[in-house]
Design a protein around this ligand. Structure first.
Ligand SMILES: [Zn+2]
Ligand SMILES: [Zn+2]
Length: 401
């Protein structure tokens, strides 16, 4: 009878044998950067690779043209899902071409790599190994559509890792609402007949003024940031249409709902002051905050330490953006981990300079550690029922709060 530790060791050896193939996934996606919902080459490459290793593929998963689900069944046991991402960011360099400055090439390689390594342990692993290909993380957030389509109802555990500036098991992501406000006024000559006009630009400016006053009275982890996307055509005409887009963020969904209402009230106040009409709507999916489970964090910490990753950021510090994995974590126990690149230059994800590192030898070193730690964690969950039970208990308690 193999012990879990000896099976993990076998997994690490398989990972080493598949080293080049896993690096090639990162390399291919990095060299073929595609924007959200246009990731056709990436999806073709990933599904072809997984199919070659015996995975069954569902294309256009949840009606998303660049979403997919790949499954490899190893009998009775938990369904463990690795969430691949593969969308790039727009506009780098003089030609403003897309680039993988968020390292989603690395995520694709790590998640698919871990699933492929586990599939070679089919004599030992119990359950289903699943890769869910989740498009457009940087824009719409394809995972939100997947959550709404109940894609995670049959999943027991979700695993994913991301490159960042620190090793972090307690990542925080903020809940976010993305709202577009449109004001409609009445055009008039701004000098000869201003009294005939209703100024939509005044409305948008008064909305900003209201929000600037509101900022003093919100919790320190909340963020409100917006731009005017349309401000009028000519200075001698009273603007009859203006538009602003806002991102509103907070540490949890309940507070964010209150804050979004307050921001919307600023727009409504501007309507009262100017007489303009208001239309507002969400222009991208809303994300929820990430739900962290200490039971999963402790398990991942143990597995990362056993492959040489130490020194973690403690106490929930670190960057606070927003991600669609937050929505997944609200419906299914999720372990989202950040791994640091050991680089001298001071740069962060989304910086142009970061493009130099996300497909480098250093990134590959962290990639192999990431795959091994996810394989180890999946084996622990698959082979020890008590671990899954305690994770689910913690999840249920947190969801009841
Ligand atoms: Zn990003
Ligand atoms: Zn990212």
């Amino acid at each position: 009878m193999n012990t879990i530790e000896s099976i993990k060791k076998k997994g690490y050896e398989v990972e080493t044998q598949l080293k080049t193939e896993i690096e090639n996934i990162s390399d291919y996606i990095f060299k073929n950067p595609e924007l959200g919902f246009e990731e056709f080459k990436s999806v073709e490459f990933l599904t072809k690779t997984l199919k070659q290793h015996g995975f069954e593929i569902i294309e256009n998963y949840c009606n998303l043209s660049t979403g997919f689900r790949a499954e490899f069944s190893c009998g009775e046991g938990p369904n463990i899902a690795f969430l691949a991402e593969y969308d790039a960011l727009p506009g780098y360099g003089p030609d403003k071409v897309p680039g993988h400055a968020c390292g989603h090439n690395w995520i694709a390689a790590g998640t698919c790599g871990a699933a492929i390594v586990l599939s070679k342990l089919k004599e030992d692993f119990k359950g289903k190994i699943i890769v869910i290909g989740t498009p457009a993380e940087e824009t719409i957030g394809g995972k939100v559509n997947m959550v709404e389509a109940n894609a995670f109802d049959d999943i027991d555990i979700v695993l994913q890792m991301h490159l960042e500036s620190n090793n972090n098991l307690e990542c925080k992501t903020l809940a976010i609402d993305c709202i577009k406000f449109q004001f409609t006024g009445k055009a008039a000559h701004a000098s000869s007949h201003p009294e005939e006009g209703i100024n939509a630009l005044d409305a948008v400016q008064l909305m900003f003024a209201g929000i600037n006053a509101l900022r003093q009275h919100i919790t320190s982890d909340a963020r409100i940031h917006g731009i005017i996307t349309y401000g009028g055509d000519a200075p001698n005409t009273v603007p009859d249409f203006t538009e602003a887009k806002f991102h509103i963020r907070a540490a949890n969904r309940n507070y964010l709902n209150l804050l979004t209402e307050k921001v919307t009230n600023c727009a409504k106040g501007a309507v009262l002051m100017t007489g303009a009409d208001l239309h507002f709507e969400k222009f991208e999916n809303s994300f929820d905050n990430l739900l962290n489970l200490s039971s999963l964090q402790n398990l991942m910490r143990k597995n990362l330490e056993s492959v040489g990753v130490t020194k973690f950021l403690e106490g929930g510090k670190g960057a606070t953006g927003s991600s669609d994995i937050g929505n997944v974590s609200q419906v299914c126990p999720t372990m989202y981990t950040e791994l640091a690149l050991n680089i001298d230059e001071m740069c962060f994800v989304h910086d142009e300079a970061y493009l130099k590192y996300v497909n480098s030898e250093e990134a590959y070193d962290k990639l192999h550690k990431s795959v091994k730690a996810m394989v180890g964690t999946a084996l622990d969950i698959s082979l020890d029922n008590m671990i899954l039970k305690s994770i689910k208990e913690e999840f249920d308690i947190l969801k009841r709060k």
